[in-house]
Design a protein around this ligand. Structure first.
Ligand SMILES: Nc1nc2c(ncn2[C@@H]2O[C@H](COP(=O)(O)OP(=O)(O)OP(=O)(O)O)[C@@H](O)[C@H]2O)c(=O)[nH]1
Ligand SMILES: [Mg+2]
Length: 354
């Protein structure tokens, strides 16, 4: 691969991490047992004791991880395209905002501004004949740091925590460049902060079955870096080992939501003439697991109700049998008493004639 490529970008024909874009890291849990044996208590956020409804796929990422662009491009692709997933938001305002964000990148070659306040987005999602509602939160990445690194509880972090508690699936967005930059403060969000978030999720009731996808974003401009460390798996094993310790079954993806190129002034601008890569994969992964979890829960419920039905039948049979036994016992007693009375009366009558 050429080292002269401007902006560390990879020419089209070389940019094919797609074959590598969904790797289950599925490391051997036994091998990691020693390192995970010391259990560190998850962060304690105030929350109601009840198990919340798990109704959403949660996308988590530090500031500039690529959350807004990922969500808007994913939506645009799934709304317009004929891919595996179809998405439709219930709010016309959100629909326009998401499509406008993409149009602005395409027509005006402008990246969206950093998110300054949290916005909820509701989606109707269909995949392989299954319908889902998905709630997403596009939040300023700063809130992630305040919640999971600085552990500050305020209205914004409480909203994010509540959102995370409702996760049926989690997608972690990480910019590989930030993680490998060696800048302790920045990397702490993706390393320490993500570890706290994962522990928190795993520590919730039912949290162990929540699928977690780890997405390395912007693989168009980070392809060289990722290759240098041996591909997605090599990179993750080197820089995400703390996350893998907490969730050995974490599944790894690489995505490119919007390619970028240098303009005549050498400025980085979005380039929508080239396709996005791997956007749906992390969502399909979550959906597949959610469907499997639902099927498992449904089968368990059916099995439980069948067992309860059998138990009820056995109990009813036993009760009927006990009733029968009681009936015949009393019938025998009455019969014996009757015979005894007849015997006594007969004896009294016979005695009068003797
Ligand atoms: N080359 C490339 N750049 C990207 C991609 N996605 C995001 N970027 C760059 O990353 C920057 C941040 O992306 P956003 O989606 O705004 O990040 P965010 O996580 O929403 O950030 P906050 O709103 O600050 O929390 C963009 O301005 C782009 O420069 C991508 O797929 N490829
Ligand atoms: Mg944003």
């Amino acid at each position: 691969m050429s080292n002269n490529t401007p902006n560390n970008q990879v020419p089209d024909d070389e940019f094919d991490l797609s074959i590598d874009s969904s790797i289950d890291l599925g490391l051997d849990e036994d091998a990691l047992q020693d390192t995970t044996a010391t259990s560190i208590a998850p962060m304690q956020f105030s929350r109601s004791g009840e198990e919340p409804t798990r109704d959403r796929i949660v996308i988590l990422g530090r500031t500039r991880a690529g959350k807004t662009i990922y969500l808007s491009r994913l939506y645009e692709q799934c709304w317009r395209g004929n891919g595996a997933i179809h998405m439709e938001t219930s709010s016309g305002k959100s629909h326009l905002a998401l499509l406008n964000a993409v149009a602005e990148m395409g027509e005006q070659r402008r990246w969206p501004k950093a998110t300054d306040s949290s916005t909820y987005l509701d989606f109707q999602l269909t995949w392989q004949g299954h319908a889902f509602t998905m709630v997403s939160l596009d939040y300023p990445g700063e809130v992630f740091r305040r919640a999971f690194v600085e552990q500050i509880e305020d209205a914004n972090t409480a909203e994010l925590i509540d959102h995370v508690q409702r996760a049926a699936g989690v997608v972690l967005l990480i910019d590989p460049k930030v993680l490998s930059s060696g800048k302790i403060g920045d990397a702490a969000d993706d390393d320490y902060g993500m570890v706290q978030a994962l522990r928190f999720i795993r520590g919730l009731p039912g949290g162990n079955s929540v699928p977690i996808g780890l997405v390395l974003t912007k693989i168009d401009i980070n392809a060289d870096l990722i290759r240098h460390h041996g591909g997605l798996r090599g990179f993750a094993t080197k820089y995400c080992n703390n996350l893998i310790r907490v969730v050995p079954s974490i599944t790894l993806f690489g995505t490119c939501a919007v390619r970028s190129r240098r303009d005549a002034l050498g400025k980085d601008i979005p380039d929508l003439t080239k396709p996005a890569r791997g956007l749906e994969n992390p969502i399909v992964f979550c959906l597949r697991s959610i469907v499997a979890n639902r099927t498992k829960t449904r089968n368990e419920t059916v099995k439980r109700s069948q067992q309860e039905f059998i138990q009820r039948e056995i109990k009813q049979d036993e009760e009927a049998e006990t009733k029968d036994t009681h009936f015949w016992l009393w019938a025998n007693v009455v019969l014996l008493v009757g015979l005894a009375v007849v015997g006594v009366l007969t004896w009294l009558v016979v005695r009068q004639f003797l």
